[in-house]
Ligand binder design. Structure first.
Ligand code: SF4
Length: 347
């Protein structure tokens, strides 16, 4: 990893003298390298926030062992001269001082208690969190300041922090969303190989709901030709409804640079007959055509109505849903997004 060519934004986060590299010889972390750093800043302002429904993010990790083939945060690894393919899945940057830094920043007179979004870059409940345990300190800091926040995750590890989340929800607005784009197990095993199974994620939704914290589902990504048949969409929405989710928000796969190359090589290996169809569907760039997106959205909304999902039970849930819709409908702004805050992932 090159630390000597960081941009001004990056160097505000990382001190070149503060990198410790570790590996752990346990089956869970075999082949994974952790780069522990002491960040200089942890609350990131989203550039161009006027076009976003949130302005501030906290991301304690970079890289993600959940290893989703389509993950568009892959591109951010290139800013540290790390590989955006396997390197993104196995070279994890850990901001070990995130909780103390956040507590300090929240106490600053310049901070006015704005909403903080987490899980906007990489998953803050990826496996590394089981070892580094940064989120309890982060949630505690937010709870103690009654600072509103939201989390989007695929990680069942979030339930470890259930008590803290309940405590935080008693004093401030807490918005939780779990990402489940499909329930097809074969597709899950190959395209999201490091994640908990979709049904385990829906168990998270169920448990949160049982504890009085409404949780929405970001149905993302809907993967063209692999996870978008009427039967697949119906099975997924039915399972989401059964979990007690407060909302469901479908989002079609998009393929930005960094993710596109990785996804297409995966497609060529696993589903070579679909390569031409994808090239045609994504001929205009990172997004599937509007007609396709509308068709999926309309059908999922019909199914949601049929299965009785929602109406959303809180302003928070509405806010989170709006966040995801807006973020993923937008064109990427690569030029202004070298810092991770702008990299919103399809978790
Ligand atoms: S999509 Fe989310 S969970 Fe999957 S690898 Fe990217 S950050 Fe991790």
């Amino acid at each position: 990893m090159r630390w000597d060519h960081l941009t001004a934004d990056d160097s505000a986060l990382f001190g070149a003298d503060a990198v410790t590299t570790r590996t752990f010889d346990t089956p869970e972390f075999r082949g994974v390298t952790f780069h522990e750093i002491r960040a200089r800043s942890i609350v990131n302002r989203v550039p161009g926030a006027s076009r976003m429904p949130f302005e501030w993010t906290v991301n304690p990790y970079r890289g993600c062992t959940h290893a989703c083939v389509y993950c568009f945060a892959r591109k951010t690894h290139s800013y540290l001269d790390l590989d955006t393919g396997l390197g993104f899945d196995s070279q994890i940057v850990v901001k070990v001082n995130a909780p103390e830094l956040l507590r300090r920043q929240l106490a600053s007179p310049r901070w006015h208690g704005e909403h903080i979004a987490m899980g906007t870059n990489v998953d803050c409940y990826q496996r590394a969190e089981g070892k580094y345990r940064l989120m309890p300190g982060i949630i505690t800091a937010l709870r103690d300041r009654a600072n509103p926040f939201s989390i989007l995750t695929k990680g069942t590890l979030i339930l470890r922090d259930l008590d803290l989340l309940v405590q935080a929800a008693e004093v401030t607005e807490v918005g939780l969303s779990v990402s489940v784009g499909f329930t097809d197990r074969e597709l899950w095993r190959t395209v999201e190989p490091g994640t908990p199974a979709p049904e385990r994620r829906l168990d998270v939704v169920r448990t949160l709901t049982e504890h009085g914290i409404g949780c929405g589902v970001l149905m993302a990504p809907v993967i063209p030709f692999l996870g978008d048949s009427p039967e697949q969409l119906r099975a997924t929405v039915r399972a989401i409804a059964a979990s007690g989710a407060t909302s469901v928000t479908p989002l079609v796969l998009h393929l930005r640079p960094g993710a596109r190359e990785w996804f297409m090589s995966w497609l060529a290996e696993h589903h070579p007959h679909l390569v031409r169809r994808y090239e045609r569907l994504y001929a205009e760039g990172a997004y599937a055509p509007k007609w396709y997106q509308r068709r999926i959205t309309r059908y999922v909304h019909e199914l949601a109505q049929e299965y009785g999902i929602g109406p959303r039970s809180s302003a928070t849930a509405r806010r989170i849903t709006a966040t995801r819709e807006t973020a993923h409908e937008e064109r990427p702004r690569e030029e202004s997004s070298r810092e991770e805050a702008t990299q919103l992932t399809l978790l």
